[in-house]
Design a binder for this molecule. Structure first.
Ligand code: PLP
Length: 393
């Protein structure tokens, strides 16, 4: 007898992947230029030059045996030192390379962290709307997922709802800012309030509640800064990824940073290493580790994303759509003009516009638009969005 739950997961793709696969088929049928695919967060800007230069140089100059060989399970020490230095200079926060663990991207970081902290019967809170894979990762780690809806309108944390959801079984809370799918960034005020609440609850229950800060979009922020959570709350594990910031999603590279101020940080780090080991992550890809080690300070060029965001936001608002103005990431969260977001997405399909309904993000009645696409695709899609809205008038 196989594991039926795993077979179920394998047979049923996530709604995002489902639309992504449909888009591929449709593009083959009617031509890529006729499909307006806003489904998946695959960065559209090329990898920064500094990264390709570093990659080429490493391939040409580094001893190939070392370059392609295993590193330590937690990652090459030199790479971790370079990342620790980056954290210290960027956030003015003390970072120990021996609390950094290199991973295959944020997905791996999240699974490892969840397995590191969760015991059977524990609860993990997610702030809805949330990245749907959180459910898969948390449940596999043995946690019960507890959803807490954010405030409608600005999608900041609803503290009354959050406080009600925390109890003695709460082991962690996943915080994703800038957020997929809303683009919301949690302000410093929100982060301070969150830290105060969690400290109060830890004291009340005599437990540790960890923040898992899922940060693949940290660098994708337009006009504000993203508070660095370890500065505000001690029991924090940062899950960073280079997928979006350096346009390297297929290369699978990121890291976990356990705050040195976490209670028993050494033990937490050991649990991270143990979870990585038990999940079969022998080490993160060596070539990519060395590359990000050399490019730890490289930032993405946001010109295109900013332009796409403004173009979309202005036009959709003019056509009568309600859009949550995003401060970061590369997503627009748009209220569906009809209650059923699936029905709206089906109607959009008639115009060859592919959107993701919000239901699987734990929040009904919206659609997510990824604007990490060629600007020209947006320009050509706008009249179709206008006609689509006309159907509701
Ligand atoms: N977390 C969020 C919020 C995401 O949007 C994604 C990918 O889209 C991930 C994690 C996984 O990122 P990675 O490609 O680094 O595994």
């Amino acid at each position: 007898m196989i594991n039926e739950k795993m077979a179920g997961l394998g047979k049923k793709r996530s709604v995002i992947r489902e639309i992504f696969e449909y888009a591929k088929l449709r593009k083959a049928e009617i031509g890529a230029e006729n499909v307006f695919d806003f489904s998946i967060g695959n960065p559209s800007v090329p990898t920064p030059k500094a990264v390709t230069v570093a990659l080429e140089r490493l391939i040409k100059e580094k001893d190939p045996v070392a370059l392609h060989g295993y590193t330590s399970a937690q990652g090459d020490l030199g790479v971790r030192q370079s990342i620790a230095k980056h954290i210290e200079s960027k956030f003015d926060f003390k970072a120990d390379p021996n609390l950094i663990y290199m991973t295959c991207g944020a997905a791996a970081s999240l699974t490892i962290c969840l397995n590191a902290i969760v015991n059977a019967g524990d609860e993990v809170i997610v702030l809805a709307p949330f990245f749907p894979e959180y459910r898969v990762f948390a449940e596999k780690a043995g946690a019960k997922l507890i959803e807490v809806l954010c405030r409608e309108g600005d999608f900041q944390i609803d503290f009354t709802a959050l406080e009600k959801a925390i109890n003695a079984k709460t082991k962690g809370i996943i915080v994703n800012s800038p957020n997929n799918p809303t683009g919301a960034v949690f302000s410093e005020e929100t982060v301070i309030k969150l830290a105060t609440l969690l400290n109060k609850k830890q004291a009340e229950y005599g437990t540790y509640i960890y923040i898992i800060a899922d940060e693949p979009y940290r660098e994708l922020v337009y006009d504000m800064s993203v508070p660095y959570i370890p500065k505000y709350y001690n029991n924090t594990l940062v899950c960073y990824s280079y997928s979006k910031s350096l346009s390297l999603p297929g290369e699978r590279i990121g890291y976990i940073f356990v705050s040195p101020n976490a209670n028993n940080s050494g033990e937490v780090y050991a649990a991270v290493c143990g979870a990585g080991r038990s999940l079969g992550f022998v080490c993160a890809p060596s070539l990519l580790q060395y590359t990000v080690g050399e490019c730890a300070d490289v930032l993405p060029d946001l010109t295109v994303y900013r332009k796409n965001r403004d173009l979309f936001l202005d036009a959709l608002t003019e056509y009568g759509y309600t859009v949550v103005p995003p401060d970061g990431a590369f997503y627009l969260f748009v209220k569906s003009p009809e209650e059923d977001a699936y029905a709206f997405c089906d109607r959009a399909k008639k115009y060859e516009i592919l959107l993701v309904p919000s239901d699987d993000f734990g929040c009904k009645g919206y659609v997510r638009i990824c604007y990490c696409v060629e600007t020209d695709q947006i320009k050509r899609a706008l009249p179709k969005f206008k006609a689509l809205m006309e159907e509701y008038k």
